[in-house]
Design a protein around this ligand. Structure first.
Ligand code: CP
Length: 305
């Protein structure tokens, strides 16, 4: 059966444990377990980490990469080809497709159209970014040595950010997780995620004062205001509202960590010596972890299914 990766709630705790253990193994000893296999990067939206870490993961495992980083302009999408037709055709050229798209639900549509090779959702509009959630939770596991009994603040644009949505879905699988949402009033976490967390009995609350929560939490998960997904007026209302800088960094506990899916803009404004030397800054390690977790995931979807 083809194992598509569409949304983070599809992973059960056993699969997560397997992937994280496999990521640790491949970090220590890379294997050429995807020799002769081909990955297609099909990207309709810009990306640095997701595309390049997937491509690097494939190459490190002995595989090869084809693709387009601007499918709207440089593929037959420019001539009006549908996403469904594109993935049907591309699936005969490769063994896995990593898709990033600007429309919510695009990965699900692609997966429904493609029964030959796995589709991996590399981010779809305001919908989900399940492999980001995988690397976020893998980073929690590496930094804290556990996946339960944690308190996390999610900060910034929670209405448009797909990473926090996927992360909430994944955190719902673990015990004793508490979440504090800190966002501008017009960019609050949406109802579907709140309902899911209620169902999973995850305790969450909303706060408006970032400094008030910094000393309370194990993880401060910062996010960018998604300027490209809102009006100029809404962006101006949100911009610069929640920032980590030298003025409030000291409020973060010594054993806590700052995460960010990256890219970060003004919401993190720390000097380079802090970013390079203070263990609380975890977001570059988090981005690196993406490579290993994506190696494990590619091996899993291509070789185990
Ligand atoms: N975190 C993330 O998805 O980064 P990119 O947009 O650079 O892929």
């Amino acid at each position: 059966m083809v194992y598509h990766v569409v949304e983070s709630q599809q992973f059960d705790p056993e699969t997560l444990q397997y992937l994280f253990k496999r990521a640790d193994e491949l970090r220590e000893t890379p294997e050429l377990c995807l020799k002769g296999k081909i990955l297609t990067s099909l990207f309709y939206e810009s990306s640095t980490r997701t595309r390049l870490s997937f491509e690097s993961a494939m190459i490190r495992l002995g595989g090869m990469v084809i693709g387009t980083e601007n499918a709207r302009e440089f593929s037959s999408v420019a001539k009006g080809e549908s996403l469904e037709d594109s993935v049907r055709v591309i699936s005969s050229y490769c063994d896995v497709i990593v898709l990033r798209h600007d429309e919510d639900g695009a990965a699900k549509r692609a997966a429904e159209a493609c029964d030959m090779v796995p589709i991996i959702n590399g981010g779809d509009g305001k919908g989900q970014h399940p492999t980001q959630a995988l690397l976020d939770v893998y980073t929690i596991y590496r930094e804290f040595g556990k996946l339960d009994n944690l308190k996390m603040a999610m900060v910034g644009d929670l209405a448009n950010g797909r990473t926090v949505r996927s992360l909430c879905y994944l955190l719902g699988k673990f015990d004793d997780i508490k979440i504090i949402f800190v966002s501008p009033d017009h960019l609050k976490m949406k109802e579907d995620i709140r309902d899911y967390l209620d169902k999973k009995r995850i305790i969450f609350r909303e706060e408006e004062d970032l400094n008030k929560v910094l000393s309370e939490v194990d993880v401060v998960y910062m996010t960018r205001i998604q300027r490209e997904r809102m009006s100029d007026k809404d962006y101006e209302k949100a911009k610069g509202k929640f920032i980590i800088n030298v003025g409030n960094f000291h409020l973060i506990r010594k054993d806590a960590r700052i995460f960010h899916p990256l890219p970060h803009v003004e919401e993190i404004d720390l000097p380079i010596n802090i970013e390079n030397n203070d263990k609380r800054v975890a977001y570059f390690r988090q981005a690196e972890n993406g490579l290993y977790v994506r190696m494990a995931l590619l091996d899993f979807v291509i070789n185990s299914n």
